[in-house]
Design a protein around this ligand. Structure first.
Ligand code: BG6
Length: 466
């Protein structure tokens, strides 16, 4: 029976905007996620809160008021760490204020204290698809260099305030999704398809500088803490062994690895020059930018892994980082939402990344989004979810045997939360059920599913029961 490494960070992960609710309480300003209907992938961005419409983030699962109850359950499951994000607009409601909102800061103080009371390490994402709305409407989001300064102030504020409480930070959630969902992930409102790539690469440069500055601040303020980057790294398989498909799939992969290449190695990869040249892209940089990026590389690579995708030459490559579109893979089964289930792909990705970078990996999102049925006596037998996680953890164990250094694993959505992609509650990931439906009805009561005790035993035995 194999075990996971000593001190392995078993955990769970959520994002503020998908769980907290209290969207306008205690001085919080509107975030981009508060004006999306039906999720960020297929949904609609209203730009403001329109009367008569339902916005899932406004109440979400009311974590803002119920976090103590949730953390007690997570502690009972034995979690060693808990990943969440800080809602930027709780701290700086419009993103551009000089002074932070004390009530917002206090909320995260209380939340982190509660976690630490149970010896659960907070793992904190600084920006997870919830940029203050004002920064989009007034400044055009990350296209504007001014955002570097606003972000630096925000990062300095939280790094200083939570020094000693937070040891694991991550800069931007799924930063490579700048290409697939530029508005939600990158705060980039694409107004003109012609200049889309130019905008994305310019915004990416600003984010690289901002991330490096945050890393620099982290080293100065909290030298014992670690700062990671975070990408969505679904593997991309070529559709056939035709060299055309193979090279195209490789090129598509580079659209994602471009982000980790810069943040881990500290310089732009040579292949970027050709992409920029061929698409007439000119990225404006200021003196000192490249030096900041070079000198402040991240400590670890966090990534989400849910599925794989299959790519054929000729399919769109430029606005796509893989995982969202893709051809059928006849070897894989799918979830109820059509996501291919590919446990071995996790072993593949860990090896791919560790071969490339040799820095610690952290699987900060993995899980099974599906429909749960409640039995006559209130029980929820989520065997498909257990099966999914079990198979992925077995492959993760193999990756560790292969020599990959893996810091931890956080189950996405330990309690059911709002789906980022579709805004639904019906797409559930949790080992804790939350009574709420897609239209916002429900008592918000929490209830353990079968997977609760299963995950508890996995953690207790450090993976031996798998
Ligand atoms: C990741 C995001 O892309 O996938 C999460 O970081 C998101 O915010 C998760 O919730 C699962 O996607 P979905 O659409 O099922 O919620």
């Amino acid at each position: 029976m194999k075990e996971f490494p000593k001190g392995f960070l078993w955990g769970g992960a959520i994002a503020a905007n998908q769980a907290e609710g209290a969207w306008n309480e205690d001085g919080k300003g509107p975030a981009i996620s508060d004006v999306y209907r039906n999720g960020i992938v297929g949904g609609h961005f209203d730009g403001e809160v329109l009367e008569g419409h339902y916005y899932a983030s406004h109440e979400a699962i009311d974590f803002y008021h119920r976090y103590k109850e949730d953390i007690a359950l997570l502690a009972e499951a034995g979690l060693k760490c808990f990943r969440t994000s800080i809602a930027w607009s709780r701290i700086f409601p419009n993103g551009d204020e000089e002074q932070p909102n004390e009530k917002g800061l206090q909320f995260y103080d209380d939340l982190f204290d509660e976690l630490l009371r149970y010896n659960i390490e907070p793992v904190i994402t600084i920006s997870h698809f919830e940029i203050p709305l004002n920064l989009i409407l007034k400044y055009d989001g990350w296209k504007n260099r001014k955002l570097i300064g606003f972000f630096e102030r925000y990062a300095r504020t939280i790094l200083t305030r939570y020094k000693g409480k937070v040891k694991y930070w991550m800069n931007f959630n799924e930063i490579n999704h700048f290409h697939t969902i530029p508005l939600a992930a990158g705060g980039i409102l694409i107004k003109d398809e012609q200049s889309k790539l130019q905008d994305i690469y310019q915004a990416s440069h600003h984010v690289f500088v901002a991330s490096a500055l945050a890393k620099k601040l982290c080293s100065e303020i909290s030298p014992d803490a670690k700062m990671g980057c975070m990408l969505s790294l679904s593997p991309i398989y070529p559709h056939t062994c035709n060299p055309e498909d193979i090279f195209d799939a490789y090129e598509l992969r580079r659209r994602s690895l471009f982000y980790s290449d810069v943040m881990i190695r500290g310089y732009y990869p040579s292949y970027a020059k050709r992409i920029w040249r061929e698409h007439g892209i000119s990225v404006k940089m200021e003196e000192g930018d490249l030096e900041i990026i070079r000198e402040n590389t991240v400590d670890y690579l966090g990534f989400s892994y849910y599925r794989s995708s299959t790519h054929k030459a000729g399919m769109p490559i430029l606005g796509n980082t893989g995982g969202i579109i893709g051809l059928e893979n006849p070897y894989l089964e799918k979830t109820e939402w059509g996501w291919p289930i590919d446990p071995k792909g996790l072993r593949f990705v860990c090896n791919e990344l560790y071969d490339r970078y040799q820095i610690p990996l952290f699987i900060v999102e993995n899980g099974y989004g599906g429909i749960d049925e409640i039995g006559e006596n209130g029980e929820i037998h989520d065997d498909a979810r257990i099966d999914y996680i079990r198979k992925h953890l077995l492959q993760l164990q193999e990756a560790i045997e292969d020599g990959c250094e893996v810091m931890g694993y956080t189950w996405w959505g330990p309690m059911d939360i709002v789906s980022a992609g579709t805004g639904e509650m019906r797409k559930r990931y949790g080992f804790i059920y939350v009574d709420k439906d897609n239209d916002g009805n429900g008592t918000l009561e929490r209830r353990k599913k079968k997977s609760f005790n299963w995950y508890k035993s996995v953690i207790e035995t450090n993976g031996k029961v798998l």
